[in-house]
Design a protein around this ligand. Sequence first.
Ligand code: HPA
Ligand code: MG
Length: 226
Amino acid sequence: MAGRERNQTDMDKGIVIPDDWPGYPLDLFTSPEHYCEDLECVYIPHGVIMDRTERLARNIMDDLGDHDIVVLCVLKGGYQFCADLVDCIKVLCRHSNKTLPMRVDFIRLKSYLNDQSTEDLHIEGAENLSVLSGKAIVDTGKTMKTLLDHVEAFSPKMIKVAGLLVKRVPSGTGYLPDYVGFEIPNRFVVGYALDYNEYFRDLNLCLIFLCGKQFFDKQKVQKNSF
Ligand code: HPA
Ligand code: MG
């Protein structure tokens, strides 16, 4: 199966963000005013995500050699990471003498209700697949295992998984993507296409923790006012 068990070297885990990392104060960056009250801090600045993604793209190219690939983007949360990863691969191809024939396909997985992972997983799309998968976030690993079972049924030559964020979840399956951007504490993050009930995907500058309280309260107020 693609991916690895979690007894790997430091390099495999990507950039490890410790449990006590406080993030950067919000007012050191710009983020949309309509979200200011709901956010706690800037957790990973956008530039750091981009620099790390560029390195993942290089590792992927080194490993894939001259194989044609199908990039399978896991929607919705993975769209930004996938788009940036594909862009980086294209730039690297242009600057080296490599060509990497690439198709891009999309799949949609739903396993989250509010900020909680549920057992109930729905897969939509990708009826006719052959290879590689890009997901923005891996927490318990259950979603990824189910997705890989689905993809393996198409007997691709090789499956590799790239994950931007992997959470340190005590109850996780031990699953680890082949390419990891960052290992982060088990906290709920938004921005860079990751949402909370479809909000916050438009924070494209940086990855930010949801403070929680104000947003939950505001939603309750909105619900009650209809
Ligand atoms: N944020 C947004 N979506 C998610 C997360 C998260 O922390 N974990 C799993 N899906
Ligand atoms: Mg979501």
